[in-house]
Design a protein around this ligand. Sequence first.
Ligand SMILES: [Zn+2]
Ligand SMILES: [Zn+2]
Ligand SMILES: [Zn+2]
Length: 517
Amino acid sequence: MNVDASHDSCQACQDSEATHLCEDCGAVLCLDCLESITTEYYFCTNCHRNLGDIRSNQKPERCPDCDSDQIGVGRKIVEICPRCHSTRLILVEDRRRELAQELRKAILSLQYGHLKLREFVRHFTSARQLLVSLRMAKFLHYKWLEDQLETIQEEIPALKNRIVSQAEIVAKQMAAETKGLMDYPSWTADQFPFITGVTNRITELGERYKLHVDETLQSVRARLDELRGHINGLDYYRREFAGFYRHSELEVNELPVCAFPRVRVTGSNFLKHDKATGTLYITNRRFIFIAKTGTLRKRTEVIFDFPLLYLSGIEEDGRFRKHLVLKLKQGDIKLSCSEQTQRVLPDYVEIAKRFDRYVQTDLQRVRRLEQHDVSATDARMRIDEMVYSLLSRDRHVSPSERAPRRIARTGWSRPAIERSPTMTAGNHDRFRTELEGILQRNDGWGIGPRIGASNTETSSLRQTAQNIENEIRDTIHLLRTGRIVPEDFVRRYRGLMRDSFEIRRRMEYYGDCRMEW
Ligand SMILES: [Zn+2]
Ligand SMILES: [Zn+2]
Ligand SMILES: [Zn+2]
């Protein structure tokens, strides 16, 4: 038997390379040793649809597809396993590729770490962004919003560290499990069950890692969500205030507090318009009601506009359908509004009267917050590099050494040089030092893999990647300095990220020519 150990030789003739695997008894066989049986089947002579085996079916009258009655009988040769006579034969190569894909997928679960980090950072920056724009629009409520955002922002580096170092631990465990196994074209059929076992363990490591990532982000995520709820609330009032600016304006040092739409004035003992539906605006100085009036020619106008100081109290009135009664020096105004508004309006009036206590006075604070770069890019680079090392292990064979394998796959014997023991061992050692180095390195993460990328193709790709990185930085700068609108930024940024991804893919390809899965 002159066949390389990594090759499956046919279990029947013990000579040729096995290409088929019996899914029932596990035998690996060459094409010549497969037995075959001839089966007869009905088919439509018009559309060639197979209408089932002769043995197990009655002859159909018509074809269900084209309604033709021209039913013929065909014969086909089916290969069966000579050992157990099963027809469930698959190509060894297909199973090998399938197993390789499963193993790869299990390893890729490490990427969950930076995916979740990026998602979190995106939520954080979007909340921060919204707060900045609210502060600019003079919505200065809740000075503690900055405090909490700052606290979360300060935690982000630690979160990244925890997620990356856990990934390192898991990557090491995965490396130990898959040691010497990552050269998937050399897997033999009798290794398949073992590889399935390894894949299961890697999958479990990956699942545990995902849980760890979720746990790491859980509490901070909950806090951010709550914060976001408050910021969204302010954003709602800001949008409602658009109607205010069309008919009135803020005085010096006057700040918007809140706005309640769909409020109805149902009566008053001193107002000219004592029936109208509109929005009640409250600032730290005044309460203003703007509504549509007139039956024929409707127009929107200010119905009343009083200093907050005039408001001496808010009372509930009515037995069935409750109203709010605003008590003023001049008299009463009856309002009907949603239950929600009824519940919160008195509180908001109190807040508005003592708004100074709640206001953020340091507008630079949110600006400073905004200048911090909180991206998860560094974490992504590091985790991707770990994943890449895991996947590209044992795969450092030059294309010239690779060619004979193709020939060998077609059934010829293969030059012995390809998997000599010394070379395999050398590769493993080289990989180990490489992974060790990657895991210990804490700074200077460039784009894309470093492994094996030395020729001109990769260096030009690397240059392109660098250019894209610079352009991304410039684009962010443009947005921060207000020279492009957010829509343009999003469009440009997306395009750049797509390019960056594409380049990284190509670098991976050139970085290791044998990455073919
Ligand atoms: Zn054979
Ligand atoms: Zn069999
Ligand atoms: Zn037919």
